[in-house]
Design a protein around this ligand. Structure first.
Ligand code: HEM
Length: 456
């Protein structure tokens, strides 16, 4: 290898220097408020399990077998952490995302058909339109640098609003967007502090600041659902139509207006920012490594021949998909998932007691020395053979029965948008404006993803 190639191969995309040792408690709470990645010690990328005690007993689990035990084999003993639920409940009720046991199970069974391959493919045109609109906006914005994070937030919100409450004039999209963003950013700050039992003297934002906004939004959603139920489904059923039509195959039970509303709002909360972040980080990585970008563009242009990508193109865009997989490994939007243990247990040698917090630091898992070669480097080819990826070692969508219901929806949307935009523009980074990975509730590129977008 020539010297230049060596240094190119060793270059690493932006990352956070994980802490070596948990520092004194006051200092680490402050660091954590700024960036939750600061709670993950560097040893989480080398060890299989780490245990500690702050205000509460906690464990971080990185061994794939132990993770399988928590997320699959003993799923009933490890419900989602209580504080996360308490915080999300005002926004999304007892929906699929936070319900447990029988109430979770019937909602999952009833919602699953809406996310079948056939139904997700049928929603492809909404994603293709959003990709076209994003291309139009970026073309207009040039030749200045564009914040691809903002662009992707707009594009993914267009998609999720269209497939949940499309054409329902009574539903003010911007108001919904504002209310959800305000609530989630507030809730996110508090919830992760609470997961680790932050001492009560830590200053926290008011829990209620956006509550009125949320309750108005819930009412607007109820009206929109009732209007749709009266009007009937459109020619291509969207998620609301599919849920309205849905029925638990076991009990025959149907969702009430309130249950429909909570689940649709859940899809908006869980599905929109996460997909936007995946795309924003993918664009950052393509600008970081122009060789990868050229290869991806070559694939996209060969398949698309000037048109925007559709759901049918997915099997022909494997390299675009690998870039998304790799972005999700390096910058998983859900960087940590947490559970509250119900029973005493031994997980990979850790002594678990009831009420202990059990975290799976997905960010550290993606960069684990025992699981990946050159873990901090951007190498989409590691996903060329997906069968070679060890199960429970790569968890951007979680796993087990609580695995993300929208994973194929998100991947389809991300491939369509990334392929379309790479086929139309060359993206280059702007010196001195690299984003910083910061996790509050999700792992965001702080400062935005500013790129020059040169039309082709
Ligand atoms: C790249 C985008 C996405 C990422 C990274 C992501 C990640 C995740 C993760 C990690 C979980 C499991 C959480 C846990 O076990 O504690 C989850 C659950 C969930 N996600 Fe996603 N998600 C994405 C997109 C979506 C979309 C598009 C939707 C819906 C339209 C969605 C809806 C949900 C729901 C309803 C659950 C709860 C499922 C259950 O508990 O049965 N997500 N997601």
């Amino acid at each position: 290898m020539a010297k230049d190639e060596v240094s190119q191969a060793a270059r690493k995309p932006v990352r956070v220097q994980l802490i070596e040792q948990p520092t004194n408690i006051l200092k680490s709470w402050q660091m954590m408020r700024e960036n939750v990645l600061n709670i993950i010690p560097d040893s989480a990328t080398r060890e299989k399990v780490i245990s500690g005690k702050t205000a509460t007993r906690w464990h971080m689990v990185m061994g794939p077998d132990a993770i399988q035990h928590i997320l699959l084999e003993r799923v009933e003993d490890y419900p989602k952490s209580i504080v996360t639920k308490d915080l999300l409940r005002p926004a999304i009720g007892e929906s699929l995302f936070i319900a447990e046991g029988a109430h979770w199970r019937w909602q999952r069974r009833t919602s699953a058909p809406a996310f079948s391959h056939r139904n997700v493919s049928a929603l492809g045109p909404v994603m293709t339109d959003a990709a076209e609109r994003a291309a139009g906006r970026i073309a207009q914005a040039g030749p200045r640098a564009v914040n691809m994070l903002d662009e992707m937030v707009t594009a993914t919100f267009d998609v999720i609003a269209e497939v949940t409450f499309s054409d329902d004039g009574s539903f003010d999209r911007n108001a919904v967007h504002g209310a959800i963003e305000a609530y989630v950013s507030e809730a996110g700050r508090i919830s992760l502090l609470d997961v680790l039992g932050a001492p009560s003297w830590i200053p926290r934002p008011s829990r209620l600041a956006s509550a009125t906004q949320m309750s108005e939004m819930r009412q607007a959603a109820d009206h929109a659902i009732e209007a749709r139920a009266a009007r009937g489904a459109g020619p291509v059923p969207d998620l609301l139509d599919l849920l309205l039509d849905g029925q638990d195959p076991k009990s025959g039970r149907r969702m009430t207006t309130g249950e429909l509303r909570d689940n649709l709002l859940t899809f908006i909360v869980a599905g929109h920012e996460t997909t936007a972040l995946t795309l924003a980080w993918s664009f950052y990585l393509c600008a970081f490594d122009e060789t990868v970008q050229d290869r991806a563009r070559e694939e996209a242009r060969r398949v698309l021949q000037g048109r925007a990508a559709t759901a049918d193109d997915l099997p022909d865009l494997p390299f675009i998909r690998q870039i998304i997989d790799e972005a999700l490994r390096l910058y998983p939007p859900a960087g940590v998932v947490s559970r509250t243990a119900q029973k005493a247990d031994d997980v990979g040698g850790a002594d678990i007691r009831p009420n202990d917090t059990v975290m799976i630091p997905i960010y550290a898992l993606g960069r684990h020395r025992l699981l990946w070669d050159d873990p901090d480097q951007f190498k989409p080819d590691r996903f060329a053979n997906r069968k070679a990826i060890r199960r429970y070692a790569y968890l951007p969508f979680g796993d087990g029965p609580r695995i993300c219901i929208g994973a194929s929806f998100a991947v389809q949307e991300a491939v369509i948008i990334l392929a379309t935009l790479l086929s139309r523009f060359r993206f280059t980074s702007v010196k001195g404006r690299d984003p910083k990975p910061v996790m509050i509730l999700t792992l965001r590129p702080e400062g935005g993803v500013w790129l020059m977008a040169e039309p082709l």
